[in-house]
Design a protein around this ligand. Structure first.
Ligand SMILES: NC(=O)c1ccc[n+]([C@@H]2O[C@H](COP(=O)([O-])OP(=O)(O)OC[C@H]3O[C@@H](n4cnc5c(N)ncnc54)[C@H](OP(=O)(O)O)[C@@H]3O)[C@@H](O)[C@H]2O)c1
Length: 279
């Protein structure tokens, strides 16, 4: 008889729809956050990547786990490797949310964690989502409300993915054995530049959204002025380099493979979230 599924970052952008998708499949879910406050339909458990004394309670009675690192952390290997080791020691299947493109270089911290997952000796699936469409109503929301987005993305294109498609892909990977041992590059159905994405958003919202390509220094200055720690601001600037180079433009059919339905377009994402910008 199957045990529970542990979801890390359960109250987050991916975690919340993932918990919902797993509950809809009849699974018993442990939703891990620092507060331990439950996510609807799931058992809440207090967990902190940085506090190993929280691991035993979170990992108990679990046979599958969704492992990810929330936004805002730069010590990726230091926080994730003990989690991978602790789950593997208990024979828990790991579905790891990595990042699109990290398999290009084994020295990248997220790739280091992928390699540890592959070597852990337990069933695993690696998911590498591209840039989230949902950033437009989270990180870039304030800019859009003021008329535009300023990013160091140049004219590079990205195949933005809706977090609902990440969550549904993850639910499939957690509940079916046939994807085990594989890695999937999760993308939306089309590569768009930020200028093109801004046009799509503007059409849905009913007012123009501008895109301005800026340099790293201006981006970092804006972030730090809004309270983002300097180290994280530099990290965020660095991850736009692959965008400018066109490395985030490839489109995959992995969402279709995992979920049985095509990935949602940016327009569908924008229509479904229009109230975020118009309310
Ligand atoms: N945004 C993108 O475009 C993009 C693209 C590709 C990959 N990614 C990757 O996706 C990940 C972020 O996913 P997401 O946006 O779904 O995450 P998220 O929304 O930032 O996750 C927030 C969740 O994590 C919990 N949390 C925060 N700090 C915690 C801690 N120290 N210990 C335990 N739980 C903690 C929060 O609950 P509490 O606050 O209650 O603890 C909340 O439930 C990152 O690894 C990022 O690199 C992002």
């Amino acid at each position: 008889m199957s045990k529970k599924i542990l979801v890390l970052g359960a109250g987050g952008n991916v975690g919340r729809p993932l918990v919902k998708a797993l509950i809809a499949r009849g699974e018993s879910v442990k939703a891990a956050t620092r507060s331990g406050g439950g996510v609807e339909g799931a058992e809440g458990v207090a967990f902190d990547y940085a506090d190993h004394s929280t691991f035993d309670a979170a990992f108990a009675d679990v046979d599958r786990a969704y492992v990810m690192l929330p936004t805002g952390y730069v010590t990726i290997s230091a926080l994730l490797l003990p989690v991978v080791q602790g789950l593997a020691a208990r024979g828990v299947k790991i579905v790891f949310q990595s990042v699109f493109g990290v398999d290009a270089d084994d020295s990248i911290p997220y790739r280091q964690v992928e390699l540890a997952v592959e070597a852990a000796g337990v069933p695993f699936v690696i998911l590498r989502p591209n840039w989230f469409a949902d950033n437009f109503h989270t990180f870039w929301h304030g800019g859009i409300q003021q008329g535009g987005i300023s990013l160091p993305a140049g004219q590079g294109k990205s195949s933005f993915i809706d977090v609902r498609d990440i969550a549904e892909s993850a639910a499939a990977a957690l509940t079916r054995p046939d994807f085990d041992g594989q890695a999937f590059n999760l993308t939306g159905p089309q590569a768009l530049s930020y200028a093109e994405a801004a046009t799509v958003l503007g059409q849905v919202i009913g007012r123009p959204v501008a895109y301005q390509a800026i340099d790293d220094a201006s981006f970092i200055a804006t972030l730090t002025a809004h309270g983002v720690p300097d180290e994280y601001a530099h990290f965020l600037a660095s991850i736009f380099h692959p965008v400018r180079e066109g490395w985030t433009a490839p489109v995959s059919n992995a969402v279709l493979t995992l979920t049985g339905h095509p990935a949602r377009s940016l327009q569908t994402y924008a229509l479904d979230h229009a109230a975020c910008w118009t309310a």
